[in-house]
Each structure stands twice: as C-alpha cells, then as structure tokens.
Design a protein around this ligand. Structure first.
Ligand SMILES: O=C(O)[C@H](O)COP(=O)(O)O
Ligand SMILES: [Mn+2]
Ligand SMILES: [Mn+2]
Length: 511
C-alpha cells in the first residue's frame, strides 16, 4: 500500500452533487450567484480538481453535454462507456442501422401488407434522449423498403434545448421527410406528457390516446399547435395535424421508437404497447436502442457492457454500501451506477426518499433534501457500512426549470446539506469524495439565434468539481492531478477504501 493509501484507507462517502458544473462567475451562473460557503471552502481547502463529464471523456460524441445516466454509469464503471447515443450514431455512420435485418423484416412486412409505419420520438438535438437526425436514417430505411405511409409522432422538447425552439426542429423533421421521400408529421405533444417518468399515467394516457387513436386537438398548422401551449415546448397539448388525415395506429401497422434513452420514454412505450394489445391491434414494435420496458420491445442497437464496475468490486471485497437519493435520482445511485444492472447485491442497501404529492421545484427548491441528508448522516454513523453513496438532486433538478432564483436557492440548500454531511463524516472518521455528474446550474441562459440570452435549464459541457476531504484533517493531503474525468472516481473510491482499482477500470486513482 502506498503512503497515500495508508493515510486515507477507511470508510467513506461518495457524494454526487447532481448538475454541479464549473464555469466562471457570471450573471447566469446560479452556483456563483448563490451563497455557498461550504462548497467554496471545499474546493479551496481540500485536494480538488476539475473532472471532464461530457463528450468523449465519458463515452459520448465529442462536444456532447453530459447527462445523469452516462455520468453515474461512468462514475460506477471506472471507465468511459460508449453510450447509446454514440452507438446509434456509429450504426448510422457505418450503415448498419438502416440495413438492420430486424428493421428490414418489419418494414418489408409493413410495405407488403400496405400498412403504415409510425415513428415516435423527441424532436430536438439535445442529444440526451434523442437526436432528430436519427429520424432521418429511419425515414431513409422506410423509403428503401417502399413503405408508403409513414407517420411521424413528434414529441416537442424545450428542456434539453432552449424553450420555444420546437418550430425549428419540426421544420427540420419536414426537411428530413422531404429528403427521404417519405413521412409526414402526424401528431405533436410536449415531453411533459409523453416523457413523464414519475408514474403520472394521466399525462401518459394523453400521449397514448393521441398516437394510438388520433385523439387530440385538431391543428391546421404546426405553429397553431405549438402556440396552444401556454407553458412552452414541454407542454404542447396533444395535437393532430389535420392535413395528415387519419393517423391512428391500425392492426398490422408498425411502430419504431426513436428515443435512444429509455428512462423517460419507457412508461409511454409500455402503456402504448398495452393499449394496442388490449384493443386487439397486433403491431410490430421496435426501439432504436434498448429500453427498460415491461414489454419486450426488440432494439436496433444493443447496449455496451458495463460490468466490472464499483458494485462488482465492492461485492467481491465484501464491502457494504448504502445508496441514498430521492426518487428523481434513485436509479442513478443504484441501477445506473451499477452499470444498468437491476440486481441488488447482498452487500448493498438502497434507500429511496419520496415526498408527498407532486413536486413543485420552483416553489420548493429544497425538495426532500433534509430527509436525504438525514439518511446520509444516519448511514455515516453505522460502523458496518464501508461506503455511503448519495446523490443530492436539487442543483440539477431545479436548474431544469430554467428558473434562476429557484436554482440559487437549490444551490444554497445543497451547500447547507453538504455542511451537515461533512460534519457527520468528520465525527465518524469518514473521507468524502464529492463530485458533479455533469454541468447544469452554472449556465442558466443560452443565446437564441437573434442574439438574446434566453433562460436555459439544460446540461452543459463544463467540467465538474471533484474534491476529496480526508477522514482526518491532520493527515498529509496529496494534491490531485490537474486533469481528471468521471472514470477516475471508482478507482479513487476503491483506493480510499484501501483496495485496488478493478481490472476492467481504465480510470486512475487520483491519489
Ligand atoms: O430527463 C431529463 O430530466 C433531462 O432531459 C436530462 O436530465 P438528466 O440527465 O439529469 O436526467
Ligand atoms: Mn445528473
Ligand atoms: Mn439533469
């Protein structure tokens, strides 16, 4: 064991501050505007560095903003993982998507029977859940296989991209259809309805009724449909474009989902699948990438192997971990950090904090942070727990509203929570590794094409702070390398626990 290992080895806390990115102070940087004495002191007093959390460093396409899924997967895996968006892009670039035998078989069958193809997905270039250009490749495949009737059911964004940009993306959809020579926009609905992931089935059912049965507001034009939302692109009401004719899904039709990320589309996919079955419609259904649905929906692009990460190493070493987060990020400290593995190892405990009623992030930016913090403090006090893994969700979740003042409050609440966690760590002889999973709150505006700064709640490509607070302050503290990535977190955590990095990990221990 090296000197630094002896100095640090022992129980600890891995604390993910969701959406904690670093950018120079500015009037749209909520983290810099907030009064955060604890976070400020953390990065000046203890070994800290900035970690890459976007683009190729984590397994995304170059220049792509980070996100919670890949962020937590790489934190857990200890290596960059080719993410679904990258794998889809590769399949498009090398031609294996549009020539996929599974897709070809479904398209041939649909064409031969004279049935329709329905393409459903988020139309923007946020690169978090979907990319509108992927639709172009599917349209080309449909044209090649002579599918005559192709309906595009567009979900509008306004969250991963600036709000009020839906008309531009829908214009791009029309261009892609023109270029392919097939496809027409059939229905429109905001992602607030179609991509709910919190079990609000009343929202999901509106998307199901729209796509399956053509039930929605009739709209003569895209602009009319988009303008009907009083709450931006996320909440465009279910609308049927009258020019598209009858857009309902009929027996024998085919459906292809073109979101690549599962978490926010799977509830809709499951409900649509079940509704079609319940109404006696037999439909071939495919998804662009693998979904975590109850329904068995074959995928066109398979996931990367994410095994051999932190969870496997902890289990092999018999190290007990407690995972804590509130509902919004619970899967991130369990399923994603474990490499999209649903099994709960014998040495793992999962604590999911839920609140009462529907969350209102602007009115209550504190969310359930007090209870998350209390759970972390409790777990930190247990002698049988080697590692506490927690996600503090507020900075990211509130920043997604694009509301600067609420996000400042979320940053301040997080600061106080980190203070309580550091106290508990010190009282219990634990080190703390605090890290962001991607940027968000440090950039709350985006320039519109007309040059004006518009509120922006999406993620960024900024690096994230990574800080190590030693268990005992009187121990020598080596400084951290200037360059780091999220892939270095798991090897560093293992070293802090007195273990070697896993053999599948290419990230390096930072001390
Ligand atoms: O799904 C969302 O809320 C956003 O599109 C992405 O945010 P996340 O990657 O932090 O979940
Ligand atoms: Mn996140
Ligand atoms: Mn986010």
């Amino acid at each position: 064991m090296s000197a630094s290992e002896t100095a640090f080895a022992g129980p600890g806390i891995l604390l993910v501050l969701d959406g904690w990115g670093r950018a120079p102070a500015a009037d749209d940087n909520a983290l810099a505007l907030a009064h955060t004495p604890v976070l400020d002191e953390l990065v000046t007093r203890f070994p800290s560095t900035l970690a890459d959390a976007s683009g190729e460093a984590v397994g995304l396409l170059a220049g792509t903003v980070g996100n919670s899924e890949i962020g937590h997967m790489v934190i857990g895996a200890g290596r960059p993982l080719p993410y679904d968006s990258l794998l889809v892009q590769q399949a498009i670039d090398n031609g294996t998507l549009r020539t996929h035998p599974r897709l070809g078989a479904v398209l041939d069958k649909t064409a031969a029977a004279g049935r329709a193809l329905h393409l459903i997905g988020l139309c923007s270039d946020g690169q978090i859940h979907a990319h509108v250009e992927h639709l172009g490749d599917l349209l080309t495949a449909a044209a090649t296989h002579q599918v005559k009737r192709v309906f595009i059911h567009a979900i509008t964004d306004g969250r991963d991209v600036a709000d009020h940009t839906a008309p531009a993306y829908l214009a791009r959809v029309a261009e892609l259809a023109d270029r392919a020579g097939t496809g027409r926009l059939a229905t429109l609905i905001g992602r607030g309805y179609a991509m709910d992931k919190a079990g609000n089935l009343d929202l999901t059912e509106q998307a199901v009724a729209l796509v399956a049965d053509g039930r929605g507001m009739p709209a003569d034009s895209l602009d009319q449909a988009v303008a009907a939302s009083g709450r931006g692109d996320e909440w465009v009401p279910a609308s049927v474009l009258t020019a598209a004719g009858s857009t309902a899904i009929a027996d024998g039709d085919a459906v292809v989902w073109f979101n690549f990320r599962s978490d926010r589309i799977q509830q809709f996919a499951d409900r649509l699948y079940e509704h079609l079955a319940a109404t006696g419609r037999s439909v071939d259904m495919l998804s662009l990438a693998q979904y975590d649905t109850r329904a068995a929906i074959p995928a066109l692009v398979e996931r990367a192997d994410a095994s051999g990460g932190l969870a496997d190493e902890l289990a092999a070493a018999g190290l007990r971990s407690v995972r804590i987060a509130e509902a919004e990020k619970f899967e991130h400290v369990t399923y994603y950090i474990n490499g999209r593995d649903t099994s709960v190892r014998a040495v793992e405990e999962h604590v999911r904090i839920t609140g009462e009623g529907k969350p209102d992030y602007i009115a209550r930016p504190q969310m359930n942070l007090d209870r998350v913090t209390a759970a972390v403090v409790r777990a930190a006090g247990r002698a049988d727990v080697d590692l506490v893994v927690a996600n503090l969700a507020n900075i990211d979740v509130v920043a997604h509203t694009g509301h600067l003042a609420a996000t400042v409050t979320a940053c301040e609440a997080t600061d106080a929570a980190v203070g309580r966690i550091l106290d508990a760590a010190r009282d219990n002889g634990r080190w703390v590794l605090a890290v962001g999973d991607h940027g968000n709150a440090e950039k709350m505006t985006k320039r519109a094409p007309d040059g004006t700064a518009r509120p922006y709640g999406g993620h960024t490509t900024n690096p994230v702070p990574l800080v190590i607070v030693p268990a005992r302050e009187n121990r020598p503290v080596p400084s951290l390398p200037e360059q780091a990535t999220l892939a270095d977190v798991a090897p560093t955590v293992l070293r802090l626990l007195g273990h070697k990095p896993g053999s599948a990990m290419t990230g390096r221990p930072l001390l």
